[in-house]
Ligand binder design. Structure first.
Ligand SMILES: *Cc1c(COP(=O)(O)O)cnc(C)c1O
Length: 388
């Protein structure tokens, strides 16, 4: 078989398995009422949990940033791309998270790759929850440390594995809120088990930052923990913050190590300064407009209680991510299609992204109870008609 024929065969196999991925096209801004492939839909699949992606103040800050700093950053952070506004955002995030220092990354994917490589050496070990985000798993594989995985949120198994572990230095790495299940990680147990061995704990809080905790500081704060327990706290800015990029919070030594050793930090162009200006405004809104977070949590609670009344099995935790498990890929895709025809956008998630196919429903501060009622009504009818 020649090279192109081999690619063709692999692509055909993906289609047969029902795993083929395709682009959809969004016409207007990212918001609950979304124009998708030319049609108006009610979206339940965005990570823009606080409705900041199209917030007038965030947009105005972005435009102001462009006027002041232009568009491109022109260089890597360590060459000539680190602008004053990047620095200001880092300082403001340090204050908000309570960490000594912050480092901005271009994306969360790159932050995770950088953290896991920069904080380990050969002969070290990295323990990861089996359902951690793909970027953490890739980061572990790219590092020189040995990577081991423990069953999802299974602290007894982690305890047992660490008891028998020979490596002197190691990391325990977990999502704060798991991106597909919406579960909150058992952080206090993980911290206590890791600290018995002197291992560092790394948390990826892409779905917790801006959402959990009394002030939106994330899953670590919500668990009553802080910088004394979590050595590197990563969060993304493209989700609840509504902009783009990511940051890592840590001690001076951790952040300096990233600057020196994280290749995904050193060898890439700094994000546009205007993005940092927009994010500063998002952060300000997060600090001042508590109502957004309260509305999000109200919607999560409302969704969970109505779903329970209707007999729909949702996530185990009250986070913005609420999966509805499906018996197989075909029914997951079938339900997604029918929902779409009725004007509701929810995503079927297939292996290998999750072990079991599911419909991933995400809630946002900008949903009305009405939207949730309408979606659940169509969903229950559809599930019943399909015998699921
Ligand atoms: C989205 C996500 C990332 C990647 O962040 P990007 O900024 O989109 O690259 C990393 N970890 C988790 C858990 C995520 O959900």
């Amino acid at each position: 078989m020649d090279a192109l024929a081999r690619l063709g065969a692999r692509l055909a196999e993906q289609q047969t398995k029902g795993l083929y991925r395709r682009h959809r096209m969004v016409g207007g801004p990212q918001q609950v009422r979304l124009q998708m492939d030319g049609r108006q839909m009610v979206s339940f699949c965005s990570n823009d949990y606080l409705g900041l992606a199209n917030h007038p103040d965030v947009k105005a800050a972005f435009i102001r940033g462009v006027q002041q700093y232009g568009v491109g950053s022109g260089a890597a952070h360590l060459i000539a791309g680190h602008s004053r506004v990047h620095q200001q955002l880092e300082e403001e995030l340090a204050e908000f998270t309570g960490y000594e220092r912050i480092l901005l990354f271009s994306t969360g994917y790159m932050a995770n790759i950088g953290v896991l490589s920069a904080l380990t050496e050969r002969h070290d070990v990295i323990y990861q929850d089996k359902l951690n985000h793909a970027s953490l798993l890739d980061g572990g594989l790219q590092s020189r440390a040995k990577m081991k995985r423990y069953p999802h949120a299974d602290v007894e198994s982690l305890r047992y594995q660490l008891k028998n572990e020979m490596a002197v230095h190691g990391l325990v790495v977990t999502d704060g809120v798991f991106s597909m299940e919406g579960d909150i990680a058992p952080l206090p147990d993980i911290v206590s088990i890791a600290s018995d061995r002197g291992y560092m704990v790394v948390v990826d809080d892409a779905h917790g930052f801006g959402v959990l905790g009394a002030r939106g500081q994330g899953s670590v704060d919500a668990a009553g923990l802080n910088k004394a327990h979590i050595s590197a706290y990563m969060a993304t800015l493209g989700k609840a913050m509504g902009t783009f990029g990511a940051f890592v919070a840590g001690s001076q030594a951790v952040i300096e190590s990233l600057i020196q050793f994280a290749r995904s930090y050193v060898y890439t162009t700094a994000p546009p300064p205007a993005i940092a200006e927009a994010t500063r405004t998002s952060l300000q809104i997060l600090r001042q407009d508590e109502q957004r977070r309260l509305r999000l949590h109200d919607n999560v609670g409302y969704f969970r209680s109505v779903a329970a009344e209707l007999g729909v099995d949702t996530g185990r935790f009250a986070t913005a991510i609420q999966p509805v498990r499906m018996p197989d890929v075909e029914s997951a895709i079938g339900v997604q299609r029918i929902m779409e025809r009725r004007g509701y956008l929810i995503m079927a998630i297939r292996p290998p992204t999750t072990p079991q196919p599911c419909l991933r429903i995400t809630l946002c501060s900008e949903h009305a109870h009405n939207d949730i009622d309408g979606m659940l009504d169509v969903l229950t009818t559809t599930l019943k008609s399909m015998g699921v």
